[in-house]
Design a protein around this ligand. Structure first.
Ligand SMILES: NC(=O)c1ccc[n+]([C@@H]2O[C@H](COP(=O)([O-])OP(=O)(O)OC[C@H]3O[C@@H](n4cnc5c(N)ncnc54)[C@H](OP(=O)(O)O)[C@@H]3O)[C@@H](O)[C@H]2O)c1
Length: 219
């Protein structure tokens, strides 16, 4: 792969994916709402002001990428709030749907002209969105929105498959970022695993759900 676009790239896993792809010599397009000092220091193509839940913002992203081919489109931006049955906040649940599930669909749809049969699409969802794997309950909005993101990816694998574009759903592991209060593995290790899975993505394994460590996850 020679060009990649990563959403939510100012920190966490997205930032580390940009760093590793830049080290590989790829052309990296890093979208974010507000650039961080760490992202600005990388020397990649930073596209600021991109909120994946905002249609106007996504339209401006498509405009700024007019005519640019993407080998990889990686949807990484996401949010986690932790609703319990005793503390349901439907506005927060809805916001997670907008960012985690509708966000990737909006971005991929807006950038279809930047993809060709040589391109690959990834969506970072979460094992927490697996229905079969759910043994602990709670976390309503995140679980629901990531399950929906998995459906977005599976569905796109069928529709974009007609154009020869494979789609993969990815769980990065439990990663030490702001999202988890810095609990888990190093973000660069998770980023490395995600890149390896994208390297292995083809039309033969499109529409599947993977742990970054290299094994398939149940829906
Ligand atoms: N960390 C884990 O253990 C873990 C496990 C499973 C899945 N994941 C998934 O991995 C992805 C990356 O998470 P992370 O751990 O790196 O979390 P993080 O450090 O909290 O980073 C989240 C990123 O998403 C961006 N973002 C949030 N809302 C956005 C919006 N509306 N529009 C555009 N960007 C937005 C954030 O930008 P701002 O700085 O502007 O907020 C930030 O760049 C997420 O999809 C997450 O659900 C993480």
């Amino acid at each position: 792969m020679t060009s990649i676009l990563v959403t939510g790239a100012n920190r966490g896993i997205g930032l580390e994916i940009c760093r590793l792809m830049q080290d590989r010599g790829c052309t990296v397009f890093a979208t974010c709402r507000t650039p961080s000092a760490a992202l600005s220091a990388l020397g990649v193509n930073v596209i600021p002001g991109i909120d994946v839940s905002d249609p106007v913002s996504i339209a401006s992203l498509a405009e700024s990428l007019n005519g640019i081919h993407l080998d990889v489109l990686l949807n990484n931006a996401g949010i986690l709030t932790r609703e319990t049955l005793d503390d349901l906040d439907f506005e927060r649940i809805q916001k997670q749907f907008e960012v985690n599930a509708m966000g990737p669909l909006r971005v991929i749809n807006a950038l279809r002209n930047n993809l060709s049969s040589n391109s690959k699409v990834g969506i970072i969802t979460s094992r927490v969105g697996s229905i079969e794997d759910n043994g602990s309950g709670g976390i309503y909005g995140y679980r629901m929105s990531k399950a929906a993101a998995n459906m977005v990816g599976k569905n796109l694998s069928l529709d974009l498959g007609k154009e020869g574009i494979p789609v993969i759903l990815l769980h990065p592991g439990l990663v030490a970022t702001e999202m988890t209060g810095r609990t888990g593995i190093d973000p660069s290790d998770a980023a490395q695993g995600i890149i390896e899975r994208i390297d292995e993505l083809s039309m033969d394994n499109t529409g599947t759900f993977w742990h970054a460590e290299g094994y398939q996850l149940p829906w």
